[in-house]
Design a binder for this molecule. Structure first.
Ligand SMILES: Cc1cc2nc3c(=O)[nH]c(=O)nc-3n(C[C@H](O)[C@H](O)[C@H](O)COP(=O)(O)OP(=O)(O)OC[C@H]3O[C@@H](n4cnc5c(N)ncnc54)[C@H](O)[C@@H]3O)c2cc1C
Length: 531
């Protein structure tokens, strides 16, 4: 079943989650103005899947059921799947900023891989449970929030060392038919308007942390769940051209002794030492998610590039013929397409794990995410440079209709004869919203910390990178007397039996599957925006 955005809203109306926004309890999350930009943004993932032009990107066939499902709920099987997902996320995010649902995709891919590994190690139950759950979510076209980041308490301590046991969500009690969980997940995108939460561990757990190594699915309105959230985007602010329409709420999700039946429990730390899989789960999720983040921020970059050109034009300048403006726009394009290219490379150089899921390459996915995490600030600076100061100094929209000022403002501030003042103000306000507002700060911080802080990416790059291979390459050069003057091998720690970096095996070249029936993909960056 494919829902439309209206169907998604209707399905939310059938639920009754306990949600507070800015101190006010929300009766119907689908109808609350403070949450509307978030519901609109998630709604795009539904409507785009029904749009014939986007079908290739937004719809995929799930191999375990043979059914067509939304791309945001699909398990990747090929490099082409990864590229399609990356393109789909870019397409959605240049329309809606952040549309949440790719987190859902990332959690499902990782969990399928990890539970498959558990099955290979002799415990089939978690995998069977998860596949049933996956089919339910796909069949009902649900949206699942990723509840991974715990409150964490004192960062220098492990979960079991915290004085406050609720700093991390944990198994508090075990019953014959399920577990009872307790604790807080501190940052959950879209929390108020999710159908379900996928609770996942946010770090590697040791044996003493076994109760904290828990992964399970819980309906958002399960008894004992309270969500304290921020408004989505900037609802109701006329000047907020973008975030008044699309933007995400984030919520703290508190689990106050929530019962979860076993059929919804996928990782149960103390049972059969399942805590050992928490590292595999967090690491695999992080790789999928950082790959998705690349697509998301490229979509945001598309908005900045377009707005930068329009702002220059509204100011009476042609980017093409004004060398320094063209230079800044090329810088912006280089930045966006630079990290996006890492996403493409991560897709092409990914690998199929034993579960059959195609996972992005760890080095490229992490490098791309690390680039965007820090370069988001350069992207804002470049957009500011081409726009001028007006984007943060314009009088507010109330002045547009003030008989005492509107006429003079309109005539005195007009730049080009053919560009009405209102149009110039609209572009300036869009630029402010994207780059110099509360919402712009939100996009900076989600770019920097979403999917893990930069240090987490650096650690992963070091772990995944074949440094030993590079050492061997240089050692081989030394063997050929390139550097050694007297012909002696100056390397001291050659591994016994290794004559070359690959050990007498030619590395395989990754191949992209080619489907002659599918039309050639046009990168979303080169497609016209949706009406
Ligand atoms: C807008 C937004 C949306 C998000 N959406 C979601 C979501 O939907 N679901 C979800 O689960 N998460 C979500 N996140 C959370 C995101 O994954 C975390 O912000 C990220 O993992 C960093 O964790 P933190 O915020 O707790 O920062 P911290 O872990 O407190 O990091 C702050 C700094 O401390 C350092 N640090 C932390 N621990 C240690 C240590 N032990 N030793 C040394 N240095 C340390 C870090 O490297 C960093 O520099 C979202 C975040 C943002 C900003």
């Amino acid at each position: 079943m494919f829902l439309s955005s209206e169907g998604y809203r209707e399905s939310l109306r059938a639920m009754s989650p306990r949600v507070f926004v800015d101190g006010e309890q929300i009766d119907s999350v689908a109808d609350a103005p403070m949450l509307a930009p978030g519901v609109n943004a998630v709604g795009l993932t539904y409507d785009f899947a029904l749009e014939p032009a986007y079908r290739n990107l937004m719809v995929a066939t799930q191999h375990t059921s043979g059914r067509e499902v939304n791309r945001m709920l699909h398990l990747n099987r090929t490099p082409q799947d990864l590229i399609n997902k990356l393109e789909a996320v870019r397409l959605l995010c240049r329309e809606g900023g952040c549309v949440q649902r790719y987190l859902n995709h990332d959690g499902f891919n990782a969990l399928y891989q990890v539970t498959h590994q558990m099955a290979a190690d002799g415990d089939n139950e978690p995998h069977d449970r998860f596949v049933n759950y996956l089919h339910k979510v796909q069949g009902e076209d649900l949206t699942v929030g990723i509840a991974m980041t715990d409150g964490k308490g004192d960062r220098s301590l492990h979960p079991h060392q915290q004085w406050n046991a609720d700093a991390y969500v944990h198994i508090k009690e075990r019953r014959a038919d399920g577990i009872v969980i307790r604790g807080a997940k501190a940052i959950v995108t879209g929390a108020p308007y999710m159908h379900e939460f996928l609770v996942m561990p946010c770090r590697n757990m040791n044996e003493a942390d076994a109760d904290y190594a828990v992964c399970c699915a819980v309906p958002a309105d399960a008894e004992g769940i309270t969500i304290a959230a921020r408004p989505a985007g900037t609802p109701g602010k006329v000047a907020a051209k973008f975030s008044g329409r699309y933007g995400q709420s984030t919520g703290v999700v508190m689990f106050d002794d929530v019962f979860v039946p076993y059929e919804r429990v996928f990782l149960d730390g103390p049972q059969g030492d399942q805590w050992r899989y928490s590292h595999h789960l967090t690491r695999t999720y992080a790789t999928h998610h950082r790959h998705s983040c690349i697509g998301a921020r490229a979509g945001f970059g598309d908005l900045l590039i377009g707005a930068g050109v329009l702002m220059s034009q509204a100011n009476g300048l042609d980017v093409e013929t004004t060398p320094h403006l063209r230079d800044r726009m090329v810088e912006l394009i280089k930045t966006v397409e630079g990290f996006y290219a890492c996403g493409v490379a991560a897709s092409v150089y990914g690998f199929q794990d034993p579960s059959g899921v195609y996972q992005p390459d760890g080095v490229f996915a992490n490098v791309g995410k690390l680039l965007l995490a820090t370069q988001i600030y350069d992207m804002h600076r470049l957009a500011h440079e081409v726009s001028g100061g007006l984007i943060v100094t314009l009088p507010g929209p109330d002045e547009d209709h003030n008989p005492a000022t509107a006429g003079d403002l309109s005539s005195m501030l007009q730049t080009r004869e053919d560009v009405p003042h209102e149009k110039r103000m609209a572009v300036a306000r869009l630029m402010e919203d994207l780059t110099a507002s509360d919402e712009a700060g939100w996009y900076s911080v989600i770019s920097l910390h979403g999917g893990g802080s930069p240090e987490a990416m650096k650690r992963e790059i070091y772990r995944y990178y074949p440094i030993e291979d590079r050492v061997e390459v240089v050692k081989k050069l030394l063997d050929r007397n390139v550097l050694a003057e007297d012909g002696k091998d100056i390397s001291r720690d050659r591994q016994p039996g290794r004559c070359c970096p690959v050990g007498c095996q030619v590395p395989e070249t990754p191949e992209l599957a080619f489907d002659p029936d599918a039309p050639t993909l046009i990168p979303s960056s080169q497609k016209p925006a949706a009406e």
